[in-house]
Design a protein around this ligand. Structure first.
Ligand code: PEP
Length: 261
């Protein structure tokens, strides 16, 4: 029997909130979810603060036993050595990070990350026991030239090449034109691409891998549109940018199951 995929709502803070603001935010998020009687079996919540916040978030989450996972926004392809400014997956593992974002479009766009680099980051994350959240998605030009699925499918194939079929990864389908634009994909469009990505996983890693791997949608997700995405059979959660910086809005997205009919 295929195990049900627990939806994941992941908040990418980008370069926002310092460590003191992170502590206040995570505390307030935990209280808000607790007060609303959030069902932790119905959706998993994870936050992705800047590197400098991670130790503070770890200390708080462990001390208060909050059911909030956390991870980093990037990881080095290297384990250690002369790589100024980079952060090893071993450091993230020692801060008890569960996840790490890999290949976010802002890393691809502003830091020149290619599919090869992103693939090396996926493998680095896995080697330290971190679950990589592999971000893929087409630009507006790609959409016009190749349609919606071709680029994200190619990115998944290239970046997961060589990993074990036993590995745990999460895929985040984020059309680049939908990120931060306020213009989300339609749920039909997102489902079409997420379905194509699941078939790609099936062809390359088998049905067990495809059926248990969570595929998220990201791009202008809000409390008012999350329900439509979560009704789709191939969408297992969301990667949320802007709306993850507002506690009430993010908590409402986490509790999407209260507004999915
Ligand atoms: C993101 O940066 O991954 C993202 C989806 O941003 P936003 O929700 O603001 O579109």
């Amino acid at each position: 029997m295929v195990a049900a995929r627990v939806p994941l709502i992941a908040g990418n803070w980008k370069m926002n909130l310092d460590h003191l603001q992170a502590i206040a935010f995570v505390q307030k998020l935990a209280w808000t979810l607790d007060e609303a009687k959030h069902d932790t079996a119905a959706s998993e919540v994870a936050v992705f603060p800047p590197f400098t916040d991670l130790r503070s978030v770890q200390t708080l989450v462990e001390a208060e036993k909050f059911s909030i996972a956390y991870g980093a926004q990037d990881v080095s392809t290297h384990e250690s050595g002369a790589f100024t400014g980079e952060i090893s997956g071993s450091f993230l593992a020692s801060l008890a990070c569960s996840y790490v974002l890999v290949g976010h479009s802002e890393r691809r766009q502003f830091h020149g990350e290619t599919n090869d680099v992103v693939g090396a980051k996926v493998r680095a994350a896995l080697s330290f026991g971190l679950v990589p959240i592999l971000c893929v998605g087409e630009t507006a030009d790609d959409l016009e030239e190749f349609g919606a699925s071709a680029v994200p499918v190619a990115q998944v194939k290239a970046s997961l090449a060589g990993i074990s079929a036993d590995a745990e990864v999460v895929i985040a389908y984020e059309p680049v034109w939908a990120i931060g634009s306020g213009k989300a994909a339609t749920e039909e469009q997102a489902e079409l691409v997420c379905g194509a990505l699941r078939e790609t996983l099936r062809e390359n890693f088998g049905s067990e891998f495809a059926d248990r791997t969570r595929i998220l949608y990201g791009g202008s997700v809000k409390a008012s549109n999350i329900a439509a995405f979560m009704r789709q059979s191939n969408i297992d959660g969301a990667l949320v940018g802007g709306a993850s910086l507002d506690v009430a809005e993010f908590a409402s997205i986490v509790r999407f199951y209260k507004h999915v009919i």
